[in-house]
Design a protein around this ligand. Structure first.
Ligand code: SF4
Length: 177
């Protein structure tokens, strides 16, 4: 298989520094609003702060891949004496919970690292440096293309409203131009 250069983009989360201010959620949702910064709704943010005040847990987690399948079991992790609930650090948009789903449509949300910006908006606005960003290049084997975000979205709409409804709606929209 052919080797290609791939840009690896990493956000490091230092949960010990997070104070739960949720600025990152507000700014992420504002940046991804259409048009950008026209509204904010942390429910639409692709970073969520998993919170347990009694355990003093503030854990920033980024939206990852969409999955149709729910895990068969639940694991618990005890780190520094704090018990993290079953799905706390999971990045998936999955059927078991409402996290990382667009609140109105239910479509999955995924962190895109604010493509086109010099660094993700959440990193820029985290004033206590709980989030840091780096880029590096690695040589990797060329992958077959996955389903695009749009294909995943259309598949969800087709499941919810029926494929013919989706096709008719797109055709109507195309006519309007
Ligand atoms: Fe935590 Fe930083 Fe987000 Fe505030 S902006 S909630 S400190 S990660």
């Amino acid at each position: 298989m052919a080797k290609i250069k791939k840009k690896i983009r990493t956000i490091t989360v230092n949960a010990d520094k997070c104070n739960g201010c949720r600025t990152c959620e507000v700014m992420c949702s504002a940046f991804h609003a259409v048009p950008p910064y026209s509204s904010n709704n942390p429910g639409r943010s692709r970073i969520q702060i998993i919170t347990d005040r009694l355990e003093d847990i503030w854990l920033p987690v980024f939206a990852g891949e969409y999955t149709e399948a729910e895990c068969m079991g639940r694991n618990k992790y005890i780190i520094d004496g704090k018990e993290y609930r079953e799905c706390d650090s999971c990045r998936a948009s999955c059927p078991a919970r409402d996290l990382f789903k667009e609140p109105d449509s239910g479509l999955p949300l995924k962190c895109d690292m604010c493509d086109g910006e010099d660094e993700p908006i959440c990193v820029k606005w985290c004033l206590v440096d709980a989030l840091s960003y780096e880029e590096r290049e690695e040589e990797v084997e060329e992958e077959k293309p996955n389903m695009t975000q749009m294909e995943i979205g259309l598949e969800q709409f087709a499941k919810k409203h029926g494929l013919q409804n989706v096709v008719d709606t797109v055709a109507r929209m195309a006519k309007k131009g």
